[in-house]
Write a protein that binds this ligand. Structure first.
Ligand SMILES: [Cu+2]
Length: 504
């Protein structure tokens, strides 16, 4: 054999070996990226229901809530104390509740030892009360935002929004629900006994490394943190005993990057009665609902005496291609919450034929359109800049925003201050789950959504609201922009340099 031949054989062998190793590595990564807890969940922990927050009503009618952000330790698993953050407790926060027309005030004390914020997700309120990255609260300080609730009954939530650190602050445990009521919804025959037939269901995916949370990102996944199991209201493997025929679940995807496709283990259907911004015009029956981070859905499920069913998250391969789907968690499945019906159940009235009235515009009176191109590297080619106003909108006008995901990584889009109507998804009428008032919408890879919203809050040319991807890793990377609301004909002002609120 000639020397050249030997070298060629050796080289070929080496190349083949490297290819096999790489291929094997990718195959391992690919199969390792898929997780499932279906069928292997014990459901041996009773679901914790966050307490309703105490409040004091001042003489002028203002309802005042006290929230303290603090560090803690929580025993999610027997004998294992995990370091956590929470509001007024070790993990998550109490459920705030207020009615339309009420003046509310929140006293936010920061006992974390580092600065943070509290953003009122889904709330229509003045920009300086919004709790975005411009309203930082210094360690030891108290921030006291106040506003008047002026929007329909809805399931909203609150969580920190410090620029570049939101993922960390939320996954350590800072999140809670904020329920709004109104007169009309109060009169509807809907399940409404909090913690009994009206349940907050705050879903988060987690991973543990020994006693502590493991918040590491997986190799090849540019979607952010994906856990290997789920918990509800901070309860692992949860079950809930129910005593009513109809049970209302207020689903909140409080995960930082995970997209869920909820349904039931026995494929039963349920009624979707509300989305992010409140009740739908009428209930819609379905058996699956997809929810990206930050989205809410209110569903009503019918139970028979003595039976059990499991709220499950199913695989969903519609993100884009199979590679993106796998590494964004689209092939994963979870047994999320078991419902156990008592032997005898209280009768529940049939769901009302008509529910709420949508207060979101339909696009017909939009005075202008805007385009937002989403890439993980930024929105419209720009990374978030605290001192730059990206868009200026006129108070009292409606607009149509077109949001396009320009690659195959899944994103979503959240707009502060407003609720919007989804007009189109890729030029077509949106599915039932997107026909209510929304403040956050999933935008799968290479997909375009068209949204209509009205900006009728107070003008403040100097204080911006945010729009951003609510996959928090992406938001932290800079997938965020700023808009101000100004009076007609006025220009955006100068954004004040961000400074942490240091008041008492
Ligand atoms: Cu994103």
């Amino acid at each position: 054999m000639s020397r050249l031949k030997r070298v060629l054989i050796l080289l070929t062998t080496m190349v083949v070996a490297i290819c096999l190793a790489l291929g094997g590595g990718f195959l391992w990564l690919y199969s390792d990226a898929k997780v499932s807890t279906v069928g292997s969940t014990d459901f041996n922990n009773e679901l914790k229901v966050p307490p309703l927050a105490k409040s004091v009503v001042k003489r002028d009618g203002t309802r005042v809530f006290d929230l303290t952000m603090r560090a803690g330790k929580k025993e999610f698993r027997a004998g294992q104390k995990t370091s956590t953050w929470g509001f007024n407790g070790d993990y998550l926060g109490p459920t705030l509740r207020a009615a339309r027309g009420e003046k509310v005030q929140a006293k936010i004390k920061n006992s974390l030892g580092e600065e943070s914020t509290v953003h009122w997700h889904g709330m229509h309120l003045p920009a300086e009360m919004d709790g975005g990255p411009h309203q930082m609260v210094a360690p030891g300080a108290t921030w006291t935002p106040h506003w008047t609730v002026n929007q329909p009954a809805a399931t909203l939530w609150y969580h920190p929004h410090p620029h570049g650190k939101t993922e960390k602050h939320v996954q350590r445990g800072l999140a809670g629900m904020f329920l709004l009521d109104d007169e009309k919804s109060g009169r509807l025959a809907l399940p409404k006994k909090y913690g009994v037939d009206d349940l907050p269901v705050i879903v988060q995916d987690v991973k543990f490394d020994g006693a502590e949370f493991d918040h590491g990102h997986k190799l090849m996944s540019d979607t952010g943190f994906l856990g290997n199991r789920t918990m509800v209201n901070g309860t692992l493997d949860p079950y809930k005993e129910v005593g009513d025929e109809l049970v209302r679940l207020r689903l909140l995807n409080a995960s930082t990057a995970r997209i869920y496709d909820f349904g039931f283990s026995d494929a039963r259907d349920f009624a979707l009665i509300g989305t992010d911004g409140g009740l739908l015009e009428k209930a819609t029956r379905m058996d699956r609902i997809r929810m990206s981070p930050g989205e809410r859905a209110e569903i009503v499920v019918r139970m028979k005496p003595g039976e059990r069913t499991t709220l499950r998250s199913f695989p969903n391969d519609s993100y884009a291609d199979s590679w993106s789907t796998r590494f964004a968690g689209g092939d994963d499945s979870f047994d999320v919450l078991q419902l156990r019906a008592k032997k005898t159940l209280r009768d529940s009235p049939e769901l009302p034929a008509a529910l709420g009235e949508l207060e979101v515009p339909d696009g017909s009176d939009s005075v202008r359109g805007r385009f937002f191109g989403l890439l993980t590297s930024g929105i419209n080619g720009k990374k978030m800049e605290m001192g730059r106003i990206d868009e200026t909108v006129t108070r009292g006008t409606a607009e149509t925003w077109t949001v396009r995901n320009e690659h195959s990584t899944p994103h979503n889009f959240h707009i502060h201050d407003v609720q919007f109507r989804v007009l189109e998804v890729d030029g077509k009428e949106p599915p039932a789950e997107l026909r209510g008032a929304k403040d956050t919408v999933f935008v799968p890879g290479n997909t375009t959504v068209k949204l209509a919203m009205r900006f009728d809050g107070p003008a403040d040319p100097d204080t911006p609201y945010m729009y951003h991807c609510h996959l928090l890793f992406h938001e932290d990377l800079g997938m965020m922009g700023q808009f101000v609301v100004v009076e007609k004909g006025r220009k955006a002002g100068k954004v004040h340099a961000p400074h942490a609120h240091t008041g008492p």
